[in-house]
Ligand binder design. Sequence first.
Ligand code: BES
Ligand code: MN
Ligand code: MN
Length: 455
Amino acid sequence: MEQLNTYLSKNKERFLDELLDLLRIPSVSADSKYKESVLKTAEFLKERLIEAGADNVEICPTVGYPIVYGDKLIDESLPTVLVYGHYDVQPPDPLELWDSPPFEPVIKDEKIYARGACDDKGQMYMHIKAFEAMMKNNILPCNIKFMIEGEEEVGSDNLGPFVNANKEKLKADVVLISDTSMLANDTPSLTTGLRGLCYMEVEVTGPNIDLHSGTFGGGVANPANVLCKMIASLHDENNRITIPGFYDDVLEISKEERAEMAKAPFSLDGYKKQLDINDIHGEKGYTTNERTSIRPTLDVNGMWSGYIGEGAKTVLPSKAYAKISMRLVPNQDSAKITELFQKHFESIAPASVKVKVMPHHGGEPVVTPTDSLAYQAAVRAMENTFGKRPIPVRGGGSIPIVALFEDVLGVKTILMGFGLDTDAIHSPNEHYGLFNFYKGIETIPHFYKEFAALS
Ligand code: BES
Ligand code: MN
Ligand code: MN
């Protein structure tokens, strides 16, 4: 490992320059105006994988954006690690809130500022550089397969068919992903679960055209008013979700596990200060940490209706819309929750409006085992480079592929993320610490070494 550290410090600047080049390509999967850039990013990664020493590098087409694959299979008797990451990023909006343009990365206060810096280009690229370092120093102790997709931020719809059609190609002993966060730079942690996702769009229609709000106001249902009331009714006074059957499959956590969770450091004051809120909020009977990880939620992600331009226009809108997401926990099922939501939402609509419910993508919740050899290897790897044992933490976000890998390939995942919750992923001024980028590159080879030794 000594020679590896020498290699890392010698090539530090180049690793960073390459990441900055990657961040300059605006690979926004949600918006078709970036299509050329998304495709270019796949090409970019193909070249970098080849340079790093991967074989069989290819850009695998899907109905949507392609999947970049590459591997290094050194010995059948050695364990195989499947590295997953995503090269697509969230839209950069609202642009005016960025201190520097989202696709012109800058280094400020030891952090890289750009869309995708942390989620997931910066974290994914650590794996390619760690691989390069192991290859160039002839110390790769496992077989490696890379699978880097371009549609994670829009729900990975084409990944299921790809994984199903390529079971042999993707066969592995463990999946390794860096696309989550850790507690702090001096408090390493491993993510041991992710929430699922159920995403809906609703449309409420009142009169057939926008009306004068004086002439008609008071006599006709206003779909915006109605939608607000309907949405408000989805939580009760304890902030529990009112959809009948919603909690039926929720796996309650044991007292012991909750006590274990409560050991993770958390500062309520720091949390409130960081977000500039006067008070926290959430389901009665649960801590902030529990509310954002082991409990399901329902949130409006966007809402629009009527006149939102400059000044005032007196109008009674014809339509009102909202995008609503639900985060799911084990053992909830996104298809079942979709059905429950749809039925309930339609049932609470007054006769004065028409309601349409349109499901978007979903994803299943997961818990990843902490009693596996791979988990042990991840613990040892982090312990080695951070000098502290990582704390197991359940994550609140979603990565749909994790449940899919388990279902289709029967392979479990290690979520070894190096980001921080304060990295502003999906938000303006997303950033990733140089410390985190380099620490990841340093830690990953230790995982391979430990996993090979334990296997
Ligand atoms: N990397 C995130 C997921 C994440 C973030 C997990 C932080 C844990 C901590 C991923 O790119 C993401 O944003 N996923 C989406 C889901 C997807 C279906 C759009 C999410 O969680 O909203
Ligand atoms: Mn991500
Ligand atoms: Mn994301």
